[in-house]
Design a protein around this ligand. Structure first.
Ligand code: ATP
Ligand code: MG
Ligand code: MG
Ligand code: MG
Length: 483
């Protein structure tokens, strides 16, 4: 018989019909000649209850049915009173496709700690929590393409191996075929990269932005969506060495248009999750509520997960300039009581404690900060005109979210050749490798803007997960790459 996915079977009204389901056993329990198996196949958060009449099928039919075993079950779909669903399956035959020795299988039908699950990443998708995260991850990846496709953006495949360092932050993973122990050297004793595979130094991309600009200044509106790599030394709950970034880049957009798009995009994705994954979100909501109830009263979040998601969809993000943000921080009681670890003054790169104060304590909602000091931002950002001496700013914006911090970084790009050349000189950057980037300003330049949304940061918000390692199937962090 052809397999029916449990998600479809649970929707079915055709009682008494013959059906086959396949999946993994979550639990088995028995009473007086009957066994009840909860079977899950990943297609939904819900399990299918399998009812086994032991007198009819014999005790041996469930001998190898333990948590984790893979089964194929033929039976009849019948109405259910006790399973929490409207239907269940009365088994006619049970085939164990793959047994799981209960003495050795590491996953138990109880709640495991997130650390334990990370150590067992190969079985993690079999848990309710993690399969829910993966379903949302899939759904939102699809929604991202749908959003841009509907708006007429083109999906541009930026390269994974690249010779450019968009951020200049020196967090690149080198790509080389040279022998690390014995590389060819130049006459002056340096590594001779001309002998390397590409004839020059290359690295894994830290951002597809610069290449995205090539697309925007030809096709109008484009976006990239792919893996991004940063050799982040810090071991935080918000940084991965390999993460996915969505980077739209648009010709003829000024900073304000860029901020409008960022808000519209996030609201679209959150609404998509609410509309298409209500059962998964309900599960996560309850899970989070349990977690919150264990916290001290003053640390507890005031809103539930679904409530938070709705709030984001229904309200405009607050927009304030960097300068206004500094003023808010300086006049806060938090500052006056000396509670910030890092000094607050105009010109600093805001630390996560400052960002969190703004979004979690002061505004209690998503905030877009814009017009940052020129000296703390990347070379390509458009400089503001007519500014106070010593307070020069660029048309940058960061979108900050409660509980997470930065989820988007973006800017209007400098499109004037002379200004960009001057900035590259000031920063002592190697102009040779940016010849093509400057060419985009030399020939047919146009105002343009874009931003990068960290996919995992968005997923943290939508799922309520507090560690970024728990929203990606195979997390890559310092000293950790199991597969
Ligand atoms: P952060 O300040 O959090 O280190 P960033 O300013 O270095 O981030 P950008 O270069 O602005 O990051 O990248 C755009 C977006 O990519 C960020 O807003 C964030 O959502 C995401 N991002 C950046 N670095 C990481 C990382 N190591 N792991 C996961 N997401 C990241
Ligand atoms: Mg960073
Ligand atoms: Mg940042
Ligand atoms: Mg940033």
């Amino acid at each position: 018989m052809k397999r029916t996915k449990i998600v479809e079977a649970l929707k079915s009204q055709a009682y008494q019909s013959a059906i086959n389901v396949k999946g993994w056993v979550r639990t088995k329990r028995g009473s007086k000649g009957v066994a009840f198996i909860q079977l899950n196949d990943g297609s939904t958060i819900h399990d299918m209850q399998i009812v086994v009449d032991l007198e009819k099928l014999g005790e041996d039919s469930i001998k190898f049915v333990h948590t984790g075993a893979c089964l194929s079950v033929d039976g009849k779909l019948i109405p259910s009173q006790g399973s929490g669903q409207s239907v269940e399956i009365q088994a006619e035959s049970i085939e164990v496709l793959g047994a799981a020795d209960p003495e050795k299988y590491p996953m138990q039908p109880k709640a495991h700690s997130m650390e334990f699950l990370r150590e067992n990443a190969h079985f993690r998708p079999r848990t309710k929590t993690f399969s829910t995260v993966l379903r949302l991850r899939h759904g939102l990846a699809f929604a991202i393409h749908q959003f841009f496709h509907q708006k007429g953006f083109y999906y541009l495949h930026s390269p994974i191996i690249t010779a450019s360092d968009a951020e200049g932050a020196g967090e690149m993973f080198r790509v080389t075929t040279l022998d690390a122990k014995n590389p060819p050297l130049t006459e002056t004793g340096e590594v001779d990269f001309s002998a390397d595979f590409f004839g020059r130094q290359t690295n894994l991309t830290v951002s597809g932005q610069l290449e995205g600009e090539i697309g925007a200044l030809a096709m109008g509106e484009v976006y990239t969506f792919g893996p991004t790599f940063r050799a982040e030394n810090s071991n935080t709950a918000r940084h991965l060495a390999e993460f996915w970034m969505i980077e739209p880049e648009m010709a003829f957009y000024e900073l304000e248009d860029n901020m409008d798009l960022a808000q519209e995009f996030i609201q679209y994705l959150v609404r998509f999750a609410l509309e298409n994954y209500p059962d998964d979100l309900k599960f996560l909501d309850e899970r989070l509520a349990k977690e919150e109830s264990q916290k001290k009263a003053e640390e507890r979040s005031e809103m539930g997960l679904v409530e938070k998601l709705r709030f984001v969809v229904e309200n405009d993000f607050k927009r304030i300039t960097y300068t206004e943000a500094i003023d808010i921080l300086l006049s806060s009681n938090h500052h006056k009581k000396g509670k910030f670890q890092y000094e607050v003054k105009w010109g600093i790169d805001l630390q996560s404690e400052h960002e969190r104060y703004l979004v979690e304590k002061h505004f209690k909602q998503p905030v877009i900060l814009y017009n940052y000091p020129k000296n703390i931002k990347a070379f390509y950002m458009k400089q503001n005109e007519n500014e106070e001496v010593g307070r020069e700013t660029v048309r940058a914006m960061d979108v900050l979210f409660p509980g997470i911090g930065e989820i988007i970084g973006g800017s209007q790009r400098e499109e004037i050749l002379e200004k960009l050349e001057q900035r590259i000189k000031e920063l002592n950057m190697p102009e040779e490798s940016l010849w093509w980037y400057l060419d985009l300003r030399r020939f047919g330049s146009a105002p343009h803007s874009g931003f990068g949304l960290g996919f995992e940061r968005l997923l943290m918000f939508v799922t309520g997960m507090s560690n970024i390692r728990d929203v990606i199937p195979f997390p890559r962090t310092p000293k950790s790459a199991e597969f």
